[in-house]
Design a protein around this ligand. Structure first.
Ligand code: NAD
Ligand code: G6P
Ligand code: MN
Length: 440
């Protein structure tokens, strides 16, 4: 079996150790000959990488491992780039969340003005990775899950049209895992699902078992009562995520025929979200206090002791969708997966040049989107508004346009007026001086 070379861009990410453990557990499906980490913050990456070096030495001494801040070293001789960078890191996520909240508006990593601000930082970072890949490994594929995926995907579609990049999100995978639990199925792969929308902005309109039996009636009934809280709720889920999974009940009420993505709560219940937010302590604070501290201290302990038992690092089971995607390309499996791709007529009554999240068959030449057909007015209206926001952000980044970004924030369903949008924008510009292109 062929062996592959992978670079993880954003080697210093809190998700890197879980993904490495997941890659090691999937060596039968995607054998590796080399693994590299790349990050532009060498000190942050070193902590994660030194611990992973210990793990790799124990579990897979044959995989050639290195980490670097030098793009040429990182991007030469690779088959896949797995990208999960966060431009500005958690301190900027905290600002994305807190600045809108100061104005009474949803403060969220990928939705509303916070997601727009993050998009303005991410576009340049991700395009740089694409350019490194095209320069040093032109045959490689980038599997990108750097957020905000919708805006990043629109930017790469427009500005790097020939790039071999696949944008994917784990939220539908997480929700489908919950659906399987609700239905008492072994895992989400026992279901055939149909879904359409934008990233963090979509709906399931069909869920069947492998024999083609309709599972929607049972799911609709359950979600309308409990949201996506499965019967045996797992104590692992943090309280803030639990609230989001429970709130899906109210989101689903807007269109009882379908099952919603959890992120729609930010657009359909922004007043509720703001009323339940603490402007002094947002999700970024939770992540810095818990996941970041936990992962980094576990890594330090492993490195110091020289063996992996010294620190508790958890395998990121559900990230195995990344292996599904890489294997689909490597071995032409034609697996059906949800990807963020140009619409090109798949949703018949929606813009051809919108980046939509829809099922695709994936093979060695990339994704082949499946036809969705016409979508209802409710979804179409919401999606048209949101896709315009995403396109205006890329316009603003490309043209350095204050006006386009003001329009984008004003158009977001989370924002009540142009004056509030302007006040938020001016604060965001101040906070993002080191990252955004200058706006005129
Ligand atoms: P993190 O801050 O722990 O890690 C991100 C790393 O990226 C940091 O080490 C940082 O130094 C590095 N980085 C920043 N800018 C860079 C650049 N220009 N070049 C190279 N490296 C750079 O963040 P995290 O919480 O682990 O999340 C990582 C990313 O994954 C985020 O974008 C997050 O939104 C995304 N994510 C996406 C999904 C999805 O469904 N698509 C799921 C989970 C996380
Ligand atoms: C889900 C989404 C990601 C997002 C993440 C945030 O997995 O699909 O796009 O980045 O949640 O999780 P966090 O724990 O960092 O708040
Ligand atoms: Mn996502």
């Amino acid at each position: 079996m062929k062996k592959f070379s992978v670079v993880i861009a954003g080697g210093g990410s809190t998700f890197t150790p879980g993904i490495v453990l997941m890659l090691l557990a999937n060596q039968d499906r995607l054998p590796l000959r080399a693994l590299k980490f790349y990050d532009n913050d060498g000190a942050r990456q070193e902590v994660i990488a030194e611990a992973c070096k210990v793990i790799l030495r124990e579990q897979a001494p044959d995989i050639d491992f290195c980490y670097t801040t030098d793009p040429q070293t990182a991007f030469s001789d690779v088959d896949f780039v797995m990208a999960h960078i966060r431009v500005g890191k958690y301190p900027m996520r905290e600002k994305d969340e807190k600045i809108p909240l100061r104005h009474g508006v949803v403060g969220q990593e990928t939705c509303g003005p916070g997601g727009i601000a993050y998009g303005m930082r991410s576009i340049g970072g991700v395009l740089e990775l694409v350019d490194y890949m095209q320069t040093w490994s032109p045959d490689a594929w980038m599997l990108n899950y750097s957020n905000p995926a919708a805006i990043v995907a629109e930017a790469t579609r427009r500005l790097r049209p020939t790039a071999k990049i696949l944008n994917i999100c784990d939220m539908p995978i997480g929700i489908e895992g919950r659906m399987a639990q609700i239905l008492g199925l072994q895992d989400r792969k026992q279901m055939i699902t149909r879904y359409y929308g934008l990233n963090h902005f979509g709906w399931w309109h069909s869920v069947e078992d492998r024999e083609g039996n309709d599972l929607m009636p049972a799911l609709r009934r359950y979600v309308s009562e409990h949201g996506y809280i499965p019967p045996a709720n797992d104590a692992h889920t943090e309280a803030s995520w639990n609230d989001t999974f429970a709130k899906a009940k109210d989101v689903q009420a807007l269109d009882p025929d379908t099952l919603p993505n959890t992120y729609l709560k930010y657009y359909l219940y922004p007043d509720y979200v703001v009323a339940h937010a603490n402007p002094e302590r947002t999700r970024a604070n939770e992540v810095m206090d818990h996941r970041e501290k936990h992962v980094f201290s576990a890594c330090r302990a492993i490195t110091e002791a020289g063996h992996s038992a010294a620190g508790e690092l958890e395998i990121d089971e559900h990230a195995s969708y990344i292996v599904d995607l890489a294997a689909a390309i490597a071995f032409n499996t034609q697996q059906r997966m949800l990807l963020i791709v140009p619409n090109n007529g798949a949703i018949a009554n929606f813009d051809a040049d919108a980046m939509v999240e829809i099922p695709c068959l994936v093979g060695k030449n990339g994704p082949e989107p499946l036809t969705v057909g016409n979508i209802p007015h409710f979804q179409k209206g919401l999606m048209s508004q949101q896709v315009a926001v995403e396109k205006l952000v890329v316009d603003a980044w490309e043209q350095g346009s204050y006006l386009k970004l003001w329009q984008a924030i004003t158009l977001s369903k989370t924002v009540p007026s142009a004056s509030v949008a302007k006040a938020i924008l001016d604060d965001l510009i101040d906070a993002n001086k080191a990252y955004w292109p200058p706006l005129r």
